[in-house]
Ligand binder design. Sequence first.
Ligand code: MG
Length: 256
Amino acid sequence: MVTIKSKSEIEKMREAARIANLAQKNIEKAIRPGISTLELDKIAEKTMKENGAYPAEKGYPSGIKGIPDFPAAICASVNDNIIHGIPSKYTILKEGDIVSIDLVACKDGFNGDCARTYPVGKISNQAQKLIEVTEQAFYEGMKFARKGFRLGDVSHAIGEYVNKNGFSVLREFEGHGIGREMHEDPAVPNYGKAGRGIRLEPGMTLAVEPMVIAGSPDMIEGDDGWSIWTYDGSLSAHYENTILITEKEPEILTLA
Ligand code: MG
């Protein structure tokens, strides 16, 4: 069921989203060759706690027997690791890497979810283009994330833009509604048919998140049961914001 948030719920979403974005900003300042992804994880958790929030990804159930709950405050995914990388003191960022950080802050029962891909020092032209196309794909979706359009219009715009630029979207994972739960209806795929899907209505809150691969769209799962990798070893990037559908332009809650 797709929920329509009330005014007071939207206020709480704004606050959770603000803290999620603040955690991203603090991580961005810390990124440099030689830092571990576990250190970035600690920065995010500290930022959230200082602001009365907690990291909703920590302890998130895998839903798979034998695979433990997610152990960290953030997902930190380097290069060909597309999503759900587990932070580790052994994963040390080096010059030329790109690292995708996906995090969710929860406060007063509501969640704010955002992801960014950051360069580590000087990166290749291809990596730079991948980051830019992934971010712009989100904004292409935003042109349709408003009353009068359907969800498929958003998905279609994202996928078309990525394909046009010679990259692929990950099809097995998608964006989602968000609110009291980190993952709510509807699913928001990064590909689809224009004119299909539910009608967008003011008060809907969505996490829109292009996950883009420089090479083929195929993926493999890591041995840890969480991490998702490109099959061909090519680079990947991720860009996500929590948004509010309004009467006019969408409000991008995790950029306020
Ligand atoms: Mg996320």
